[in-house]
Design a binder for this molecule. Structure first.
Ligand code: GDP
Ligand code: MG
Length: 293
């Protein structure tokens, strides 16, 4: 029996639905999703195993021009995903104009890995518009196979999986077949908390916040998690906490409910807010938070 395997790396501009697609392909809620750009800050692997195949998907941050060190690290995750891809899933949506970043698209074409261009969010437009986009993208990325999908509604995601399995090269298992991801439970806990913060706060808070799991104690029936929420300024701290702690309480309750679903057991979640003015530009802190080696 031949065994197929490889790194299938999901790349594209912010907000086109990369993380939604990743979760649909893996069938688990591995990546957090919000309407805000820069929700995904890491390269996150989601692994799908079969007897004769192993697909290692990678979700990545949206492509941007970095203005601080955290964003430089985010773009290094994208670069690494370009380097080791066996298959590139370049995601666009029905809003994005095809000529937005030609230099990047030229680079993609020259990489050598096969490209599947996924036009996501087709649920939001007409058949005619989709056909027009398929034609336009075909001219811009002639090497790519093109597939319209709706990651949110699961339209054509099975078709995409078949296409991926078809072009996946022969190869060994890179991870043991029980592995679902390269990330730890601590990582998912911090991401779930950050998702709730992104959902409930506006302006610069989503981009200034980091969540660190200070302590994680596993037990048969209950996991105890202590999280520190870092913000950049004193004023942001009081916004995050809210009047009489109400806002933070809401974040905590929602995060706990999601964590309990994810783990299938009870969770005791404690959260503290701390001010750290420069974490986004500090090498040591970026290392500590897992953004740098
Ligand atoms: P990312 O930044 O590329 O990872 O995008 P996300 O997966 O975080 O999604 C950004 C937003 O687009 C979220 O509000 C999603 O619910 C929404 N979205 C993703 N896929 C679809 C889709 O197929 N249809 C629609 N209507 N919305 C989608
Ligand atoms: Mg994302």
């Amino acid at each position: 029996m031949t065994h197929k395997s490889g790194f299938v790396n999901i790349i594209g501009n912010p907000n086109v639905g990369k993380s939604t697609l990743m979760n649909a392909l893996v069938g688990e809620r591995i990546s957090i999703i919000t309407k805000k750009a820069q929700t995904t800050r890491h390269r996150i692997m989601g692994i799908v195993n079969g007897d004769d195949f192993q697909i290692v998907y990678s979700d990545t941050p949206g492509i941007l021009k970095p203005s601080y060190k955290l964003q430089e690290s985010m773009m290094r995750f994208v670069e690494s995903a370009l380097d080791d891809a066996d298959v590139i899933l370049y995601i666009t949506d029905t809003y994005e104009t095809p000529n937005k970043n030609q230099a990047f698209l030229d680079k993609l074409q020259n990489l050598g890995a096969p490209i599947i261009l996924v036009i996501n969010k087709v649920d939001l437009t007409t058949q005619e518009k989709v056909e027009e986009l398929v034609k336009l993208w075909g001219e811009i990325l002639p090497k790519a196979q093109i597939l319209p999908v709706s990651a949110l509604h699961g339209f054509n995601t099975d078709g995409l999986i078949s296409m991926i399995k078809e072009i996946l090269p022969e190869g060994p298992e890179y991870f043991s077949k029980e592995t679902l991801t390269d990330k730890t439970m601590r990582f998912f806990a911090s991401e779930i908390i950050r998702e709730k913060i992104l959902l409930h706060y506006q302006k610069e808070i989503p981009y200034s916040v980091e969540v660190e799991i200070e302590e994680y104690t596993e037990d048969k029936k209950l996991d105890r998690i202590r999280a520190i929420i870092y913000v950049s300024r004193e004023s942001q701290k009081s916004i995050v906490i809210g009047h009489q702690g109400k806002m933070l309480k809401r974040v905590g309750t929602e995060a706990r409910i999601d964590l309990e679903k994810f783990l299938g057991k009870k969770v005791f979640l404690e959260m503290y807010v701390k001010v750290d003015p420069d974490w986004r530009d500090n090498d040591n802190k970026l290392k500590r938070f897992g953004y740098m080696q």
